[in-house]
Ligand binder design. Structure first.
Ligand code: ADP
Length: 497
């Protein structure tokens, strides 16, 4: 199958969160199953890519969009990166979505409309890559949400021509890509699709809703999240759309790229370790304490957070439950960046308890690995969590996670109190400060019983979170999407989509 994976971020080139990790790993897992995979990604400023660079293809200006270039780069894993080079849209200081001061770029509709338009073209006979067009276009989150709409439009305009099937994955329903409806003209959204049954969301144009309405198949990044987002409590206004499209929605748990996250081989660690040898982990704890300026106390249980600092991740709950850690003589290390209020709360905790709390406000891949390895327990009291990757990394690094019973956390952590034989972490009974304190209390007790703690660590380290299983599930979804797209392309069966 020829698969085009279109994404606004892809590790290790550009990453702001879990979507970057998934985009780096899933295409490789699909290629390993024998599929032909291209990853379409904007060429942002400062990105370093190594591989065999092919001939660039010129993309002429089109309507409001400037000229651009598509540069294919064959990378080691057998995947071809297609870099969408358009300096006026993508070569900027700042991140993929926000400028250097953290504000959304004013022209994000244009920036990701462009990415979506080129992705859709690559799924038709008008593909700019001569001799290559995708069978399936796999879209990810709102920046790619217009791709299914553009593909549906192509089917409508040229019913005789083959058009790729579309799949959209929801990595986080909270980010919806809403813009003034006036941008529908610039983006070329047909009039008949600008209403409630199309892209309209409370009077605005929602790119994510476009993806959900027009995709041949929808996935969410864990089975529990796929159910949660169909409820009014967790559907963030899109639950009705998702319920209406429930037969097309599948939950597939993300995997872990074990070429990057493996404590036995991790080049970012000062000491490596495995299930049979925990010495390296103890040395990583000392190295971590030294690095973040905490006293090198082996007897202090070291709790950790690596996260965007937002209410979604329950960082306020961590602050509220901090006295429980402090009174036990434990330590807390935090790496993250995000909301100023939460950042300030954490920094105040450092000022009051400098020998027990350390906070690094930054995005630092190396420190994230050292924290996973050196901490004793990992905190993830998320209010909602589509999948979450850190709880999986921490299990593999012998750092039992303390998690909320939501989304992918529920699907990937076994509570050690409920299941002492197979337990890999601690699950909150309620997602609030009391629930977190209670779970921290259970972890503290278990940590004081070395045999029990080792068992919980070993259970987590033995978990298989490989991508191969998930990649096979995606292939099944692609096949179902192709069947749906085939039916939609038959005008006798469905005149619109
Ligand atoms: P989300 O995508 O919602 O932010 P995930 O748990 O799915 O959360 O993925 C987060 C990814 O980003 C993980 O790989 C995590 O290690 C990484 N990460 C988050 N914050 C930081 C940070 N400040 N520094 C380094 N890595 C980070």
């Amino acid at each position: 199958m020829k698969i085009l994976f279109v994404t606004p971020e892809c590790a290790p080139y550009v990453k702001t969160g879990g979507l970057g990790d998934v985009s780096g790993a899933l295409p490789q897992a699909l290629a390993a199953l024998g599929h032909e995979v291209c990853v379409l990604l904007p060429a942002y400023r400062g990105m370093k890519v190594s591989g065999e660079i092919g001939d660039g293809v010129e993309l002429p200006p089109y309507g409001p969009w400037p000229a651009a270039q598509l540069v294919p780069v064959k990378i080691a894993s057998g995947v071809t990166l297609l870099l969408l080079a358009c300096p006026s849209l993508y070569q900027r200081p700042g991140g993929p979505y926000v400028d250097a001061s953290g504000r959304d770029y004013h022209d994000n509709a244009m920036r990701f409309g462009m990415l979506s338009r080129i992705a859709a073209q690559l799924g038709t006979v008008h593909s700019p890559l001569r001799g290559w067009s995708a069978d399936v276009v796999h879209c990810n989150d709102w920046p790619t949400g217009l791709v299914p709409l553009y593909l549906a439009q192509s089917r409508l305009i040229s019913p005789q021509e083959p058009v790729a099937a579309s799949v959209i994955t929801i990595h986080n329903l909270a980010f919806q890509g809403t813009f003034p409806m006036a941008s529908a003209d610039v983006l070329g959204v047909p009039w008949q699709w600008r209403g409630m049954d199309g892209v309209e969301f409370y009077g605005e144009l929602s790119m994510l809703k476009a993806g959900l309405q027009f995709a041949d198949a929808i996935t969410a990044v864990s089975p529990t999240y796929a159910k949660e987002i169909q409820t009014p409590e967790n559907g963030i206004g899109l639950d009705g759309v998702l319920r209406a499209r429930a037969s097309r929605l599948t939950g597939i748990l993300n995997g872990v790229d074990t070429t990057v996250w493996n404590p036995a081989q991790d080049p970012l660690l000062p000491h490596r370790f495995g299930r049979g040898n925990f010495k390296g982990k103890a040395l990583c704890k000392s190295a971590l304490q030294a690095r973040v300026g905490l006293p090198a106390e082996r007897g202090a249980m070291l709790f950790a957070v690596v996260s965007r600092l937002t209410p979604q991740k329950g960082i306020d709950l961590v602050l509220a439950a901090l006295p429980k850690i402090l009174s036990s003589g434990g330590q807390l290390v935090v790496l993250g960046q995000g909301e100023p209020g939460l950042q300030q709360g954490l920094q105040e905790a450092v000022a009051r308890h400098p020998s027990q709390v350390a906070v690094t406000v930054d995005f630092d891949e190396g420190l994230a690995h050292l924290i996973e390895a050196g901490a004793d327990a990992f905190l993830m009291p998320s209010r909602f969590e589509p999948c979450g990757l850190n709880q999986m990394y921490s299990q593999l690094y012998g750092t039992p996670p303390i998690v909320a019973p939501v989304g992918g956390l529920r699907d990937s952590v076994t509570d050690a109190s409920a299941d002492p034989v197979q337990g890999t972490g601690f699950v909150l009974a309620s997602v609030d400060a009391a629930g977190l304190e209670e779970a921290i209390g259970r972890a503290l007790k278990a940590w004081q019983q070395p045999q029990l703690w080792k068992k919980i660590q070993a259970n987590g380290m033995a978990r298989h979170f490989g991508w191969e299983d998930s990649a096979r599930q995606y292939v099944q979804v692609y096949q179902r999407a192709q069947a749906v797209a085939g039916a939609a392309a038959d005008p006798a069966l469905s005149p619109v989509r």
